[in-house]
Design a protein around this ligand. Structure first.
Ligand SMILES: [Zn+2]
Length: 349
């Protein structure tokens, strides 16, 4: 998926809105005021929370890494790793990309409160999410990326078009989800162009409980890059993964339809990336955040899966096999099952 093809949002009025962004971020993701105690601090207009204090609420024991730059947190079933000045973190063996780099201050490591409360909290304790209600998946919309004149990314040497593989995997996934009793709606079932807003509209009109957009990736200049990544909507007041740490985008302060489900997006993205990696054994490129058009505009929890790199000839040749595309579809279906289990468990507590 090239960004322009998939509706990546940017705005040139960033500088004018930086002050507004900072002020609102200080108010916090949960509109909580920054306090004066050392567990919650504000730096550069961003509210942070002491990671040890935050994770201790979930029963985690903390230990420093040997170099003293990172903290490891361990509970009975979950392990978490964070590093000073890094946006990369680990959640149960899966790479998750934070919106703000971890800050070292006074012998402690601090997480942005948006990362703590919109990523870790819902994943660690879905039952603690009070709003919006847990949307138990019954109607699932599958969105095979691209189509028609929009080929998606290409591997010209191997004569591969992304749009062919997204549809193929989408149809395989449809069969799996139908067999599990879900109602499935496809944004396309043949090689046709569907505009990005129309894809979201199809999901919204169908009353979808879950939206899954399927893509394949590419990178220019290096055929060595490979692996799998999952995107969910960037939380309000947070920067997207592709935005550098020192930068804010105008869209950061906006509340889009896709932000209604910020906590469930995190739960969905985590389970999807975990199960896909488990099925494919591919390189973990992380759970990432973006304001792609389809993620912005849907009313339901949504994930966009970048299944693998067509620009990497080794991975592309795997994708060319029906067996590997079956694995991708099964990995996504397993992600749906794990997410649904988390949702139903949360509702019954
Ligand atoms: Zn794509």
């Amino acid at each position: 998926m090239a960004f322009y093809q998939c509706g990546f949002f940017r705005c040139a009025t960033l500088a004018a809105l930086m002050g507004l962004s900072a002020a609102r971020c200080a108010a916090g993701p949960g509109r909580m005021p920054a306090t004066l105690n050392t567990a919650n601090i504000t730096m550069g207009g961003v509210a942070y929370t002491d990671a040890r204090v935050f994770f201790s609420r979930y029963g985690f024991k903390a230990s420093w890494t040997a170099d003293g730059h990172g903290l490891r947190f361990q509970s009975a079933k979950v392990r978490i790793g964070i590093e000073a000045e890094k946006r990369d973190a680990e959640l149960n063996g899966v790479r998750v990309v934070l919106g703000d780099a971890v800050v070292a201050r006074g012998g402690a490591l601090y997480l942005a409160r948006i990362d703590a409360e919109k990523l870790f909290a819902p994943v660690l304790n879905p039952a603690g999410v009070t709003a919006p209600p847990a949307p138990v998946p019954r109607v699932i919309v599958i969105d095979p990326g691209h189509g028609g004149q929009d080929t998606g990314t290409q591997n010209k040497a191997l004569h591969l078009n992304e749009k062919i593989f997204t549809l193929d995997v989408g149809l395989r996934l449809r069969a799996l989800l139908l067999a599990q009793g879900y109602k499935v709606v496809m944004t396309r079932t043949d090689d046709r162009y569907i505009a990005l807003p129309e894809r979201a509209e199809i999901a919204n009109k169908a009353g979808a409980d879950l939206f899954i957009s399927i893509h394949f990736n590419s990178v220019e200049g290096s055929s060595m890059v490979c692996g799998t990544e999952a995107y969910t909507m960037t939380p309000q007041f947070q920067r997207s993964t592709s935005t550098p740490n020192a930068q804010r985008d105008a869209g950061d302060v906006m509340a889009y339809p896709g932000n209604r489900n910020d906590p469930w997006n995190a739960v969905l993205g985590y389970h999807m990336q975990t199960r896909l990696l488990g099925k494919l054994g591919s390189v973990d490129r992380g759970l990432k955040r973006a304001r792609f058009a389809v993620l912005r505009l849907v009313n339901t929890p949504a994930v966009l899966v970048e299944s693998g790199y067509l620009s990497n000839n080794i991975e592309a040749r795997k994708i060319c096999t029906a067996a590997y595309r079956d694995d991708i579809a099964e990995g996504i279906a397993e992600g749906v099952r794990a997410y649904a289990l988390a949702i139903t468990t949360a509702k019954t507590r």
